[in-house]
Design a protein around this ligand. Sequence first.
Ligand code: FCB
Length: 443
Amino acid sequence: MGFPAGFQWGVATAAYQIEGAVAEDGRGPSTWDTFAHTPGRVKDGHTGDVACDHYHRWPEDLDLMAGLGVDAYRFSIAWPRVVPTGSGTVNAAGLDFYDRLVDGLLERGIAPAATLYHWDLPQPLEDAGGWMNRDTAHHFAEYAAVVAERLGDRVGTWITLNEPVVVMAYGYAFGVYAPGHTLMLDALPTAHHQLLGHGLAVTALRDRGARQIGITNHYSPAWPADPGDPADRAAATAFDAFMNRLFTDPVLLGAYPDVVALGGPDPAAFVQDGDLAAISAPIDFLGVNYYQPTRLAAPQEGPLPFEMTEIEGHPVTGMGWPIVPEAFGGLLRGLRERYGDALPPIHVTENGCSFPDEVAADGTVDDARRIEFLDAHIKAVGAAIDDGVDVRGYYTWSLMDNFEWAEGFGPRFGLVHVDYETLARTPKSSYAWYRDLIAAARN
Ligand code: FCB
């Protein structure tokens, strides 16, 4: 199985999940600070106040990456550090942090891949309606321009948004992630405003010399509960349209899927002239995050045109997510089939698994199941490449254990174990395994 020359191996993290230092050097509050500090929202009352303390320990974390031999590091920039109120005044100290981080990466021969929005919306923007408000798209593009002015000479790869579907669905429709609204299908404008923000940011970045720009979407292959049942098949089609295609068709094809036919509100109510042209500004790569497929049944009740049901017959991760590497290969081939020549090169920007890893008495962390997971999924990527899908990079989620959103610090996704009492980092067996895989893939 040949990974092409120049294939980028990396690790990924996100600001709120690792940085901590939420009130330091002028950072403003984000929706995740507010959400995590609201009792009952995050498991065990955990917050990102300290997280992995990466804000102070970043040199150690960069050394760990250098030890892995990764080509690239995907991290996110906290909007509320750079523009504490979301629009207007820029906080130079916030930019200084990422400036040091980027220089530290380059010194170690690691290419920075910066995500501009990984869910930590400045709270004042949420107070004004958040992603339901079209103005947020414009504020996002202004913030993108500010970051590009400062880091554009050294950051080669830019990712505008991380998984806008999760912000829409978990954040605004189902209320399980910040900001915690339960708008159900009425959350649809948050998809459009995020995508508009993406498109405007692409242009802002491009105008400032950026050459490698993409968006990262979350993809979950839709399985009908009973493939022989037309109602279940319709539910799977609706899920695929709302959760996968809604965030890819406008970017690559310049058009929304027909969500009205699937029971959704009419996008004509909030899509303005020129928006789809802005959203479909050419991108240089598509970021693909894959964790698991979803099994759909016809809805019994409720406002959604699908109902998510349990997948049985597959091993599961610590989160209970089914482990189905063949669905990953199918997803990559499916993107190629659906979008054809409109599909830019793919970078797998996240893939990984959580397990309840523990440090043994001898100080080691043996995470054999993670090695098995990564091995199978990386092989699925290799097979898709052999089948002609143009994949140029793979980033494991995550470098280290971190704050897993509403699940708090319970799930451990890292190649490196983090002790949240002492903040000690301990590379797991998967760390050595990934290091060796990268070295072997280069030869
Ligand atoms: C993805 C998120 C990432 C992480 C993984 C497990 O949906 O982008 O921040 O939480 O899931």
